[in-house]
Design a protein around this ligand. Structure first.
Ligand SMILES: [Zn+2]
Length: 293
């Protein structure tokens, strides 16, 4: 009799536990889904660290960046390219028009060059031109028969995304910056091309004592202050994350929402599978106990 009462209690507890478990996991899924809809979006910028690639990657970078490879790399990626990446953000947060990957890169390079011509120190811009010229002299142009580099990339997009060749992608990106350096479009016109918005820009000089990981993050934050000052949509400092990665060939940006959208469905599927397994175990245990009672 006592044993039966005990088992009845156990059964009650088990059933209660199952309900609590299901409610908690369901709540986690619901709260996460709601939070993702209401939290403000942010920007993630990834910058590859100099000298942290494998042998082949480091050798490629040293060849392309020439003598003083480390300083040149830092000027190009920690100073110039972070504005290029923030420019992608500007398009993402202000209605990105449908353009091809190569056209987007061209536009963002024109933007970053015009930005630094307006706000940067002259000697850094001259150095940037030298770096780009040297890099192009070390690479082979993959485009043939008078094709422009953007036309070439448009035609070879799939292949480039699948098996990116250091030479071909490097040539494409540096040739795009070279074309941007030769363009005399104003910063206002390029911003209009990127966002469909007419902005008023005040001149200022942004100087940085050194070019390092800290200052490159500052470059992004200062740029974000400028964009908001021009009246454009852009995340506040606390919603901008600048990550350094040990992949010197990898430099890109994305929105926080894109990251969530990529991760969340997987997390939800895992939670649902886990729920199914746990419920099955409960079912078995409860059935066994019920038979005993
Ligand atoms: Zn880009």
């Amino acid at each position: 009799m006592k044993k039966q009462k005990n088992e009845k209690n156990k059964l009650k507890k088990l059933k209660a536990k199952r309900i609590i478990y299901n409610v908690v996991i369901s709540l986690v899924i619901i709260v996460f889904s709601i939070l993702l809809k209401i939290v403000p979006d942010g920007l993630m910028v990834y910058t590859g660290r100099y000298g942290t690639g494998n042998e082949e990657e480091n050798a490629f970078i040293n060849k392309v960046m020439g003598p003083n490879a480390e300083d040149n790399y830092k000027l190009y990626f920690y100073w110039y390219n972070v504005v290029h990446e923030s420019g992608h953000g500007l398009m993402m947060f202000n209605g990105n028009k449908k353009q091809t990957y190569a056209e987007n890169e061209m536009l963002v390079n024109k933007f970053a060059v015009a930005y630094w011509r307006r706000f940067g120190e002259e000697e850094k811009i001259i150095k940037l031109e030298q770096i780009v010229d040297y890099a192009l002299s070390q690479l082979n142009n993959p485009a043939k028969n008078g094709q422009s580099i953007v036309e070439w990339f448009n035609e070879n997009y799939e292949n480039q995304m699948k098996n990116q060749s250091f030479n071909d992608y490097g040539y494409f990106q540096f040739a795009s910056v070279k074309e941007a350096l030769e363009s005399d479009k104003s910063l206002e016109d390029i911003v209009y091309e990127m966002t469909d918005k007419r902005v008023t820009i005040t001149d200022k000089l942004l100087t940085y004592n050194s070019i390092d990981e800290e200052s490159s993050t500052q470059v992004i934050m200062d740029a974000s202050d400028n964009y908001r000052e021009w009246g454009l949509n852009y995340p506040e400092h606390d919603m901008i994350v600048h990550n350094y990665i040990n992949q010197p060939n990898n430099h890109y940006s994305t929105t926080l929402k894109n990251v969530y959208d990529a991760i969340m469905p997987k997390v939800i599927v895992i939670l649902i599978i886990q729920m199914a397994i746990v419920n099955f175990i409960y079912y078995k245990k409860i059935k066994k106990l019920s038979q005993g009672v």
